[in-house]
Every structure is written in C-alpha cells, then in structure tokens.
Design a protein around this ligand. Structure first.
Ligand code: NAD
Ligand code: UDX
Length: 456
C-alpha cells in the first residue's frame, strides 16, 4: 500500500520505518527541516534501539522516503497523522494546533478514496470536530498508538492490540476498516486483537490506558512512602501484590515517578477534557496522581539532604538542614526512562536541575541523553562515564535505571570516593551488594536493611 506519515517525531518516524519494513511504500512528511534532513540521510535524530537499522533497510529497499512537502504525499491511499499534541501553554488542555494544521495542509492533496488516520493522542471528540477540515474529500478515523519509547519498534510491529475508531457512516466505516486491515495485515495474521469502535471510544481508550498506568505508578509511590515510614520494603511488596494476576507486577516500579512526552500531559488533558464535559471525578483522581508524582522529585532531593547531613563529617551542613552548597553530587541518568534520550518532563533532569539551583556541584552522566541535556541545560556538567561522575562525589544519585547502572561494580566505585553514599531513586540497585562494598545505600521506600535474601 502507499502510505504517508505526517509528523516524523518519536511516533511518526517509528511508524514510517515499521510500515516500510512490512512491505508498504511509505513517505514521511515533517515541517522540521533539521529532523527531516537527518532522516533523509538515514540518521535518527533521537535514540530508539533498532530504529536506525530499520530506517536504512527501508530506504535502501526504496520503500521509505522523506519530504518537507505535503504535496509529495498526494498519491498515498492512507495518511497517518502523527504530529505532536503538547500541553497547552498556561493550561492543562492539549494543544491541537499541530493536528489542525496538518489536516488543513493535507486536505487539498487528498486522492479520491484516500483515508486519513489520526495516530496522535487527542481529547475525546477531536476526530468528530476536525473531520470537516478534510472538506469531504476523505474519511477521518482514529487509530491510537500505544508504543513505549525504548521498545517502540517491537511495540509497533507486535502491538498488544489495534484499535480502530471509525465514523458514523457504515459504508465509509467498512472501507476504512478494509484499508486499515490491509495496512496491518501482518499483525492481524499474527493474531493481534483488533477492536473496531466509534471514534470517541478509540480516543478515550488511549487516554484511559495512559491514565491507568499513571495511577498505578502513583499508587505504588504513595505506598512507598508508608513503607519508608515503617521500615517495610516497597520492592518486596510490589513483587508480592504483583503475583496477583488481577494486579500484575508491571508498572509497580516505585521511585522517582513518571515523566516523558506522554503520561504527564495526557493525564492533565484527560482531566481538562472531562471537566469541559461536566465530569469532574476522573480529573480529581488524576490530579492527585499528578501531585503524588511530582512530589517524588522533591522527596528525592529532601532524602539526599537528610542523608548528607547525617553522614560523618557533615556536622556543619547538618546545622543548616543539609546544605547542598558546594557538595559534589554524581547524577546517574538524565533521560525520563532507560533506552531513550527523551528529556521531555524528565524526573531525572528536574532533580538534577533542582540540585544545581540549590548550589550543589552536579556532575551528571547519561548513556544517550547528554547531547539533548547540553542543549537544554548548559549549566549542568556532563561527563562521559558513570565512573567519572562518581569520582570524589559526596553522594551518588541514580535517577534513571539504565542497565549499565544496575551492572556497576560498587566495590570498584567505592575506591574512587571516600563518601560512599548512594541514593537509588529508581530502586534498581542491589542494596546488599552496595552495602557489602561499604556504601551507605538508600532507596525510595526500601527497607533500611536488605531483607530480600531472607524472604526469598
Ligand atoms: P514529536 O514532537 O517527537 O513529533 C511530532 C512531529 O510532528 C515533529 O517532528 C513536528 O515537527 C511534526 N509536525 C508538527 N506539525 C506538523 C505538520 N503540520 N506537518 C508535518 N509535521 C508536523 O512527538 P511524538 O512524541 O512523536 O508524539 C506525537 C503524537 O503521538 C503525540 O500526540 C503523542 O501524544 C502521541 N504518542 C507518542 C508516543 C511516544 O512514545 N512518543 C506514543 C504514543 C502516542
Ligand atoms: C507511555 C505508555 O506506556 C505508552 O503506552 C504510550 O504509548 C506512551 O506513553 P512511555 O512514555 O514511552 O510510554 O514510557 P513508559 O514506559 O510508559 O514510562 C513512563 C514513565 O513512567 C517513565 O518516566 C518511567 O520511568 C515511569 N515508570 C514506569 C515508573 O516510574 N514506574 C514503573 O513501574 C514504570
């Protein structure tokens, strides 16, 4: 099939490359000449495992090209709209200006019988409201995307489910379903569940899924605080409740909380849209999840202050309530999650920035996010290796759970710094191994003593 993907960011670039890999003839369109220039040269302008390979395979097979000109998409039978829907400045609502602009620019170029498929995350009612922008030239359906950064290719090629949100006209809906079935033929052949619904349901499925994930994370983080207050261990607790199939262990990782380009903005937009509809309950639930989540960042900073003021030789700063001024803090991790260089609403970057503002000498490392951090926060010092960051540090903070940090050798690091205080804000290290190497290990809601071995 001939496909266009309008908006080639994290979602669109992956979708374009993945669709080309399953034999479709794909053109990616973006208004950002820098992003497009990189993609044209086969370079991915962000870190996503496996994407560069998929991109170069598609381009060399002649099935994938990129353009800044929407007119170049004119021959496509299916147009996927994957532009950004950020939080509106000064409000909680989604800014739909980019979706509107994309649909307006596409409308004059639509071929007869073409289908326009929204993939961006939008408030319920958007497809119905924006369909007239296509001037009756094509049907507008919504097919939300559930990929996770860091796993984006696998999630696109092997999704948990496909959701089609189709319009009211039964014939148009059937044509749309037939075209989407052809696009996703390999997924359907592999047995991926397909839910065909109205557009409103499809739009709501997406934001509800993200809201549920956010609630799950904030729930475990709220429980983590009770663990911390009582000497219980939130990781063991999550393992135990996670064995209940009705609950499940995934997204019960307590620590610094959620960030990124989706969960935070999507829960706010969901609450705002529900309030517009006169429905307040979901917004108040999600506002509390948001509040708990943002509180994790502050809590990590406070824990560090407390830990530093109780370290031997810290008497002077203890008098000032754990003064961070002049303390050298090794920050491990700046991306909002591992296997991504995305720093949009990154909890790690927000903590690192706050520490620097409080006068700490922050020396940060991240395996992939450093170029983006240097552009966004030039005041932060970034080094090439985790070990370089740790040398001589008064404290080590793990803020993103990259695999390479889990695999650090605590004994080798202990030899490079006399302070040996580690705050594992992602609860991803092995407390017993770090303590055995002489570190004062602290987690966010983990037992002061490593009881895991006893319980196991
Ligand atoms: P992004 O900012 O990385 O990419 C959006 C791209 O669209 C940018 O390159 C921008 O230049 C381009 N664009 C904007 N207006 C355009 C126009 N009129 N014509 C052509 N291109 C245009 O955003 P993203 O993270 O890829 O997210 C895109 C959408 O997908 C959002 O609605 C997001 O909520 C949703 N989503 C994202 C993910 C994810 O993991 N990032 C997952 C699922 C859903
Ligand atoms: C999310 C949704 O998972 C995905 O389905 C949707 O399409 C886009 O938004 P993404 O933002 O890529 O994906 O990352 P995700 O893996 O969901 O993690 C989001 C945030 O939650 C990260 O900051 C992560 O560190 C945090 N998180 C995740 C936790 O704090 N604890 C967990 O147990 C899981």
């Amino acid at each position: 099939m001939r496909i266009s993907v309008i908006g080639c960011g994290y979602l669109g670039a992956v979708h374009a490359a993945a669709m080309a890999s399953q034999g479709h003839d794909v053109i990616g369109i973006d208004v950002d000449p820098v992003r497009l220039g990189a993609l044209r040269e086969g370079r991915v302008p962000f870190h996503e495992p496996g994407l560069e390979q998929l991109l170069s395979e598609g381009m060399s097979a002649g099935r994938l090209r990129f353009s800044t000109q929407i007119a170049d998409a004119a021959t496509a039978q299916v147009h996927f709209v994957a532009v950004n829907t950020p939080q509106r400045l000064g409000g909680d609502e989604a800014d739909l200006g980019y979706v509107e602009a994309a649909l307006r620019s596409l409308a004059p170029h639509l071929a007869r019988g073409a289908l326009v498929v929204g993939k961006s995350t939008v408030p319920v009612g958007t497809a119905r409201r924006l369909a007239p922008l296509l001037d009756g030239r094509a049907e507008l359906v919504w097919n939300p995307e559930f990929l996770r950064e860091g796993h984006a290719i696998d999630d696109t090629l092997r999704p948990d489910r496909l959701v089609y949100g189709v319009g009211d006209d039964p014939d148009a809906a059937e044509r749309a379903q037939t075209l989407l079935d052809a696009v996703y033929a390999p997924q359907l052949a592999a047995g991926v569940p397909r839910i065909v619904a109205d557009r409103e349901t499809a739009e709501l499925v997406k934001v509800s899924a993200n809201a549920f994930l956010a609630l799950k994370i904030s729930f475990i983080n709220a429980v983590a605080d009770v663990c911390a207050a009582t000497g219980a261990d939130v990781n063991l607790l999550a393992d135990a409740i996670g064995h209940d199939a009705r609950i499940g262990r995934r997204f019960l990782g307590a620590g610094l909380g959620f960030g990124g380009g989706c969960l935070p903005k999507d829960i706010r937009a969901f609450g705002a849209r529900a309030a517009e509809l006169g429905e307040e309950a979901i917004g108040s639930l999600l506002r509390e999840a948001d509040r708990i989540n943002l509180g994790r960042r502050h809590r990590a900073v406070e824990l560090l202050r407390t830990a530093l003021s109780s370290e031997p030789g810290a008497a002077a700063s203890a008098d000032q309530g754990g003064d961070l001024r002049g303390r050298r803090i090794a920050v491990l991790g700046l991306a909002f999650k591992p296997d991504s260089d995305d720093i949009r609403d990154s909890p790690a970057l927000s903590v690192a920035t706050e520490l620097a503002l409080l006068g700490a000498e922050v020396v940060a490392h991240d395996p992939h996010a450093v170029p983006k951090v240097r552009a966004a926060r030039p005041e932060l010092t970034c080094v090439d290796t985790a070990a370089d960051a740790v040398v001589g540090a008064d404290a080590v903070l793990v803020l993103t759970e990259w695999r390479e940090y889990r695999e650090l050798d605590p004994a080798a690091l202990a030899a490079t710094t006399p302070a040996r205080l580690v705050l594992d804000a992602r609860n991803c290290l092995d407390p017993a191994a770090w303590r055995a190497a002489g570190w004062d290990y602290r987690g966010l809601g983990r037992h002061e003593q490593a009881l895991g071995a006893l319980v196991a």
